[in-house]
Design a binder for this molecule. Structure first.
Ligand code: ZN
Length: 239
């Protein structure tokens, strides 16, 4: 049995390399607009794109941020479209129906240990950016603290047994909470703020302390900085 499909648009990446630190700019040109796509996505900041992947010989779905719309052209930001791609379907991204913040996958643990550090940091940073609503140096610092802690504790960010008490500013706290997918059972923010976060996993605790000397201008600088520029020390509290 065959399913007959029709391309409705062509997506073409506009940025490459350093320009697309997290998400590159992609131009989507609709061949026509029979389903009133432009009208349907009006007012939505993000859309879901269904494309055909030649490599995996299957359809794939991506979420992309809408940057601008003009006629039958939509400019979006996404990290998933690296070469000209045929689009099968476009629909708005609904915050309630399409987002499950605390979702986890069975592959989280293997993914963490088998993924290179920079790739993992960037992926965690994306989660932090979405949660925080902005990509700032603070969320990137939180991501670096979390990464260090899970490396020390030998778990992974979304591990249900990983808990944290954070004494750091809001941006940093969000950067820690988001990649954990943590609700209040696993995450707590406390005063006074002394730029530390204490992570506990299976009876073992580590306190990660932020370096005070380095000033960062943006998230990219934080992700690329050396470990000692971001974290001044890790104290093991219980073994
Ligand atoms: Zn921020």
């Amino acid at each position: 049995m065959y399913l007959k499909v029709k391309w409705i648009a062509q997506a073409e990446p506009l940025t490459e390399g350093a320009q697309s630190f997290l998400n590159g700019l992609v131009k989507i040109r609709l061949f026509e607009d029979p389903e009133g796509i432009i009208e349907k996505i009006k007012g939505f900041s993000h859309i879901i794109l269904v494309a055909y992947s030649k490599r995996s010989r299957s359809t794939v779905a991506y979420v992309a941020k809408v940057i601008s719309k003009e006629g039958v052209e939509i400019k979006v930001r996404t990290n998933n479209i690296k070469k000209p791609t045929n689009i099968l379907h476009i629909q708005p991204y609904h915050t309630a129906d399409d987002c499950i913040y605390s979702a986890s996958t069975p592959n989280d643990a293997t993914k963490f240990s088998s993924t290179p550090k920079t790739v993992m940091l960037k992926s965690m940073l994306k989660e932090a950016e979405h949660f925080h609503g902005d990509l700032c140096a603070g969320v990137a610092i939180g991501v670096r603290m979390l990464y260090r802690a899970v490396s020390e504790l030998g778990c992974y960010p979304r591990d249900r047994e990983l808990k944290v008490i954070v004494s750091a500013k809001g941006c940093i706290a969000d950067g820690i909470q988001a990649p954990m997918g943590a609700t209040n059972k696993r995450f707590r923010a406390v005063e006074p703020i002394d730029d530390t976060a204490t992570f506990t996993y299976k009876g073992c605790s580590v306190r990660v302390k932020l370096a005070q000397s380095t000033k960062f201008n943006n998230a990219e600088e934080v992700i690329e900085a050396n470990e000692e520029e971001v974290i001044s020390g890790v104290e093991v509290l219980k073994a």
